[in-house]
Design a protein. Structure first.
Length: 133
């Protein structure tokens, strides 16, 4: 789990390993719990599935965007539930010095964020080729 008060000042606001890959929420006025399961298979393939659920610590203060300083506007909504996220990551070794990494994330806003985000979900997909020299 994780917890950060509304006055937390993050040095690195976008921490994928804590807050998921969708980058919807910042690490401020935020608490949550996550579960990760992984699998390593043949030919250097690794899969990881992670589920996260986010709550607002102080319902009198706003939730914050991924930069950690911009508040996500919310009228008088005092709901604690910010939403849930599901992340999938895959990595495979191509050569001894190269790996292909791919990730996908989908965020489902909770009661506190449905109106400000205006969408029923937010997502992100990324792929990287990592080489070691």
């Amino acid at each position: 789990g994780f917890w950060a008060s509304e006055d937390f000042n993050p040095l690195f606001p976008s921490l994928h390993h804590l807050l998921g890959w969708a980058d919807v929420l910042g690490r401020r006025n935020l608490a949550g719990l996550g579960v990760t399961i992984g699998w390593s298979g043949l030919a250097g393939l690794e899969l990881q599935l992670r589920g996260l659920h986010f709550l607002r610590v102080n319902t009198e203060a706003p939730p914050y965007a991924s930069d950690g300083s911009t508040s996500l506007s919310f009228s008088s909504n005092r709901a604690q539930d910010l939403g849930s996220e599901l992340d999938l990551r895959a990595e495979i070794s191509l050569f001894s010095s190269a790996r292909l990494q791919s990730g996908a994330a989908i965020f489902f806003p909770g009661a506190s964020l449905r109106q400000p985000l205006g969408e029923s979900w937010a997502g992100r997909i990324e792929t990287s080729l990592v080489a070691s020299f």
